[in-house]
Ligand binder design. Structure first.
Ligand SMILES: NC(=O)c1ccc[n+]([C@@H]2O[C@H](COP(=O)([O-])OP(=O)(O)OC[C@H]3O[C@@H](n4cnc5c(N)ncnc54)[C@H](OP(=O)(O)O)[C@@H]3O)[C@@H](O)[C@H]2O)c1
Length: 236
């Protein structure tokens, strides 16, 4: 029987590639996007390739749509095996702590932390029941070890700290399922040229980034409580 996955922020960038690769691997995928127009366009593109993709609208800053999306999934897709929390935004990608504006910090937290928290709380029971997997998409720059030791980092306090908080959520959830077959872990795709960073040159392709996330999500190994990059375990 086909397995079902839900991917947020999946109308473009790494997200749509995750959906495509899961679909090609035989999954039914629910493609989440905040814009019905952009989401349905992405679904059409993928279904025209013969993939089994359905659309659910979800805006990570709008509690009503999060509740509706979670209700739809709990009701219509009770066999959900995989949730990939991919939706993300950079705040203003602040250049330093000093330059960070509280407004941008709040915007980044609203999507990357609170929105993801709200969705996770509503789908965690189903994933636990189905002994499934939740992947919280993170970033190298959220790692406190990286912040402390990297010779060079983008000191984007708004974006980075919202993903550090997301990492703490991953560990809290993982602790709760440590004695079960369900699992929760974080993956950083690493620097990837997408709209998130103004398609800065030098990053990996969206296909390569998605393959890292899909690889860990479907390799059949237990990754509960890990933070992973393309090479393996990454320091929190
Ligand atoms: N690119 C990198 O170098 C990099 C590195 C490490 C981690 N990541 C992470 O990878 C994930 C995907 O990012 P990307 O690089 O593919 O960026 P992207 O191309 O900008 O895609 C981001 C996706 O998130 C969606 N999104 C933004 N705000 C949302 C909201 N309020 N509600 C629902 N969806 C929302 C966007 O929808 P719209 O089209 O409607 O804006 C879009 O579908 C993010 O979590 C990011 O933090 C990226």
């Amino acid at each position: 029987m086909k397995k079902t996955a839900f991917v947020t922020g999946a109308n473009k960038g790494i997200g749509i590639e995750i959906v495509k690769q899961l679909g090609e691997a035989g999954w039914k995928v629910i493609l989440g996007a905040r814009s019905a127009e952009r989401g349905e366009a992405a679904v059409s593109e993928l279904t025209s390739k013969g993939l089994d993709i359905e659309f659910v609208q979800i805006d990570m800053v709008d509690l009503k749509t999060i509740e509706q999306a979670a209700d739809t999934i709990n009701k219509n897709y009770p066999d959900l095996k995989l949730l990939i929390n991919n939706a993300g935004m950079p705040g203003a990608f602040s250049r330093s702590f000093t330059d960070t504006k509280e407004e941008d910090l709040r915007k980044a937290f609203e999507v990357n932390f609170f929105g993801t928290f709200r969705l996770n709380q509503r789908l965690f029971p189903l994933i636990k029941h189905n002994e499934g997997t939740i992947v919280n998409v993170s970033t190298d720059m959220a790692s406190l070890d990286h912040m402390q030791n990297a010779e060079f980092t983008l000191n984007a306090f708004d974006y980075n700290s919202s993903k550090t908080a997301n990492n703490a959520m991953t560990l809290s959830m993982a602790y709760e399922v440590k004695n079960s077959s369900a699992q929760v872990f974080a993956v950083t795709p690493g620097f990837t040229s997408t709209d998130l960073n103004g398609n800065t040159v030098g990053g990996k392709s969206k296909e390569t980034a998605a393959a890292i996330i899909v690889g860990y999500a479907t390799d059949g190994k237990r990754h509960n409580g890990e933070f992973l990059d393309e090479k393996g375990v990454y320091a929190w």
